[in-house]
Design a protein around this ligand. Structure first.
Ligand code: 8X3
Length: 246
């Protein structure tokens, strides 16, 4: 099965200032796709159109989509990538602030961006969700993030039903440990704790996840790659990894 040519298409990528989002923007552009990248930190966003975006905020998201659609002249691909986790403590220690930030970004933000972009997606379009293995199997100390990623998976199943009969594909990429700023954000800037997550194993890289996104996008139009699960070989689940002896 040869990859189809996606050059000339357009894409919106959320959370595009770092990690998987940035890696995907680069691969899309290398494939000839014109990309509107959105993030709260604009200095690091790359793209043909670079715009501020806070997916938690309806006005910010609506302004972003309006400007991106105008600049791109239509949308073929939406990559709902923005998301975060906060903390690795039992839910008995959860705070309202953390829950709101995680759920408003990972769930509300994904629904909002999909609702706002969908009317502009052309036939042959594709919506890709950044999921997680946390949305398939729980582990201790990640309840709000796990709830959010189960919601993303449920939402992707649900809109696949609603879009059935229309030529718009829906894919979720569920990743395990990927070395990005994810852990630094999760541990609120504690670099040592973040580094320890990836110590003694070879985590998946952002480029390798972006390759999964690109693979789904470049299947023939009648093929919908529903879900891709990608983990380091040293990881069997969110709470189960083997590390090299140091
Ligand atoms: C990130 C992977 O295992 O930390 O989505 O939940 S994990």
């Amino acid at each position: 099965m040869d990859a189809i040519d996606i050059s000339g298409k357009t894409a919106i990528v959320t959370g595009s200032s770092s990690g998987i989002g940035l890696a995907t923007v680069r691969k899309l552009r290398a494939a000839g796709v014109r990309v509107a990248g959105g993030a709260r930190r604009l200095d690091r966003v790359e793209g043909d159109v670079v715009l501020e975006l806070d997916v938690r905020d309806e006005a910010s998201a609506a302004a972003f989509v309006e400007a991106a659609v105008a600049e791109l002249g239509g949308v073929d691909i939406l990559f709902n990538n923005a998301g975060l986790a906060l903390g690795r403590a039992p839910f008995t220690e959860s705070t309202l602030d953390d829950e709101e930030r995680v759920l408003h970004t990972n769930v509300d933000g994904v629904l909002r961006m999909t609702r706002l972009v969908l009317p502009h997606i052309r036939d042959g379009g594709h919506i890709v969700f950044m999921g997680s293995i946390a949305g398939r199997q729980p582990y201790p100390g990640g309840a709000s993030y796990i709830a959010s990623k189960y919601a993303v998976r449920g939402f992707s199943y649900a809109i696949r039903e609603d879009l059935l009969g229309r030529p718009i594909r829906v894919t979720t990429v569920d990743a395990g440990l990927v070395e990005t700023e994810f852990s630094l954000v999760r541990f609120k800037g504690d670099q040592a704790r973040a580094d320890a997550v990836y110590d003694g194993l070879d985590p998946v890289t952002p480029d390798e996840v972006a390759d999964c996104v690109m693979f789904a996008l470049t299947r023939p139009p009648h093929v919908n790659l529903d879900e891709i699960v990608i983990k380091a070989i040293a990881q069997s689940s969110g709470s189960h990894v083997v590390r090299r002896e140091s």
